[in-house]
Write a protein that binds this ligand. Structure first.
Ligand code: GSH
Length: 250
């Protein structure tokens, strides 16, 4: 059985989960809280980040490589990466962009808001983690919060820059889709769509996701307004439609 080491709410972990579920590949998820995830990731043979997928051929500690491994175990007609070299280069280019800009910026933006609402953060952060980790994060919240702030380089006002960067990525995607194409690279759903949707989940907090996420009615007004605006953006609506299609196993 494959093992997938995660932080349950992490959008990079959702990317890996989505690819495995879509391919119908069985796996066992091992969930950990922030900070302690590093021990679990290293013990599984990965680096400092999750997801880590432990396969018979060895551990994979980068979400993009997990998608590539999954593709090798998927029938040709359902693959996430095109065979044709030029299309493949375009998918890779988009994935790299989302992984390096949208992923980190959207995550920090949402953490800034989540860290202001401890009850909400604790209610949704710990789904399926070991009981001792849940207790550690609950009682060690001030320390954990400091670690998150340090790792993500959260400084006063950083969320304003992040919001501009995230909306820049949403506009970029909306422009690509404006010619009416069904998916980012044309007719087929590819790794670019899966990566975009997964990583934009940090600001969309979709109702369909690997774990339950807080919905706008449960959030403080400022955070709720941000999520509603992201959902109303054409690119946000596109990502939400991809999440919704997962209910039907797309
Ligand atoms: N390039 C990595 C990024 C993964 C990543 O940043 N994971 C986050 C969770 S969202 C993480 O483990 N952060 C904790 C840390 O850096 O200590 C990938 O695509 O797998």
């Amino acid at each position: 059985m494959l093992r997938l080491i995660t932080i349950p709410i992490s959008h990079y972990c959702e990317k890996a989960r989505w690819s495995l579920q879509r391919a119908g590949i069985d796996y066992r998820e091992e969930r950990h809280v922030q900070g302690i995830h590093r021990l679990a990731a290293r013990r599984a043979g990965g680096g400092a980040t999750v997801p880590v997928l432990v396969t018979p051929e060895g551990p994979i500690g980068e979400s993009q490589q997990i998608l590539e491994w999954v593709d090798e175990h998927t029938p040709a007609e359902d693959r996430l990466f095109p065979q044709d070299q030029r299309s493949r280069a375009e998918v890779d280019r988009l994935c790299r962009r989302f992984d390096t800009v949208l992923g980190p910026r959207a995550r920090r933006l949402m953490y800034v808001h989540m860290l202001r609402d401890r009850p909400l953060a604790l209610r949704f952060n710990n789904d399926g983690v070991p009981a001792w980790e849940e207790r550690t994060i609950r009682y060690g919240w001030p320390a954990i919060q400091m670690v998150i702030r340090r790792v993500l380089e959260i400084r006063p006002g950083v969320e304003l820059d992040d919001e501009v960067a995230v909306w820049g990525e949403l506009d970029f995607v909306a422009e690509m889709l404006a010619d009416g194409r069904p998916h980012l690279c044309g007719q087929r759903f590819t790794a670019a769509d899966l990566t975009f949707a997964s990583l934009s989940a940090a600001v969309l907090v979709p109702p369909v996701y690997g774990v339950a996420l807080p919905q706008p009615a449960q959030m403080r007004p400022e955070m709720a307004a941000l999520v509603v605006r992201a959902r109303e953006h054409p690119a946000g609506a596109y990502a939400l439609s991809l999440f919704a299609s997962r209910i039907d196993g797309a």
